[in-house]
Design a protein around this ligand. Sequence first.
Ligand SMILES: Cc1ncc(COP(=O)(O)O)c(C=O)c1O
Length: 303
Amino acid sequence: MKLKPTKYVWMDGKFVKWQKATIHLITHTFHYGAGVFDGVRFYDTPKGTAIYRLADHTKRLFYSAKAVGIKIPYSEKQINEAVVELLKKNKVKSGYIRPIAWYGEGHMGVNPIGAPINVAVACWPWGVYLAQESIKIMTSSFIRIHPKSTVSDAKIIGHYANSIQAVLEVKKAGYDEALFLDYKGNVAEGAAENIFMVKKGELITPPKGSIMPGITRDSVMKLAKDLSYQVAEKTIKLKDLYTADEVFLTGTAAEVVPVRMVDKKTIGKGQVGPVTKALHAAFMDIVAGKNPKYRKWLTYVNG
Ligand SMILES: Cc1ncc(COP(=O)(O)O)c(C=O)c1O
């Protein structure tokens, strides 16, 4: 997805011009993938720009970094402040924030010990990621990375080779997004989203273990409980998904996206179902600052 550059990037403690935010070819993470990132959205609200669950995303960035031995030379507070300052300097009202940390220049060989650590934050305006209306997903022939092969709930750059291969496969077949099964053959998640199904009024999502338990997944589960829906983290078989009343994906970039088809099987009536519709609307109200109950999830850029 082509993006529109902004003016500045925060890089290792300084604001640099977007065009100058470059790295050297001999950068450890570029070769071996052991870097980490996160993805955060910010929204235009009646009280100005607000960042959605910034502290939780930064916490996850540090968790991910620990998984690959990266010691970020800043505190979580300093990263949060850098994000807020970056948005102020770039004067973008809504979009996406990409904090990233990596093993830097001048060290080669798989062992990263001793390589410099770099940290940066970029942001850009970003609209709809997957679709406005509803999407078709296809089960990939690749499974989600095995939880014993890596720290699978960390956002490690190298993990995305798994997602990219799945996306390329399903795009070729005319689908919008890939669905991963886990190593046991159960439904895991999308290429960059968690999955939910609605069956007989109950909202069900796969348990932690073989998924990246998203912040949007957590938001939707809390929100659904507050709206008096029954919510469960339970194993989902592909055949259960095919016969669900509703299916949707959640993710920072994707937000809440209805799924109308899985592997040529129409879900429900092939239209956006009532539970998905209600949760989507409630989620969009929260991020737009229209629900005071969830004020704690928003960081206003101007105080
Ligand atoms: C593999 C994977 N699963 C799930 C998610 C959803 O997580 P979140 O809602 O925190 O963006 C993402 C995106 O970050 C992801 O990359």
